[in-house]
Design a protein around this ligand. Sequence first.
Ligand code: GDP
Ligand code: MG
Length: 162
Amino acid sequence: ADPVVAIVGRPNVGKSTIINRIIGHREAVVEDKPGVTRDRVSYKAEWAGKDFTLVDTGGWEADAKGIDAQVAAQAEIAVAHADVVLLVVDAIVGISNTDEAIVRMLRRVKKPILLVANKVDAEHQEAEVHALWSLGMGEPFPVSGVHGRGLADLLDALLKVI
Ligand code: GDP
Ligand code: MG
């Protein structure tokens, strides 16, 4: 079977936008309001002749349990079924409590994890990316899901671990 790549991250960081860019057409649901991707959804993808499956995540509903715990729990299920994890954060907004909740969950995961710094639409924003080293998830890959910037480097790195 093709390797499975789970895309995790808090609502609105751009997970579905990045998936649309990678698969080359609009299929993942992108919405300005957080929380629109209701379930885990799989997409066939390909880069440099290598096939893999991308799993979008994000369904959550705010209730007494708390959003951070719910997002982390959703992510945990997707990660359990994956070979590699792409952790997406919003490089411009910076690190939030929800990001940290996901990172705590990911620390227990013995699978390759790539840190994706999304919304770096222009070169001058790359300075924002340095702060993301503090997550302890290794080198941040600056990308723009909207413009496609940086995705080639990210996908090259992904192919080295699948
Ligand atoms: P998800 O909840 O993580 O799947 O996020 P979405 O893909 O639905 O995107 C949430 C919002 O962020 C939408 O308004 C997107 O257009 C916007 N967005 C996603 N990627 C980028 C990016 O690279 N740059 C900018 N400026 N906005 C982005
Ligand atoms: Mg989404």
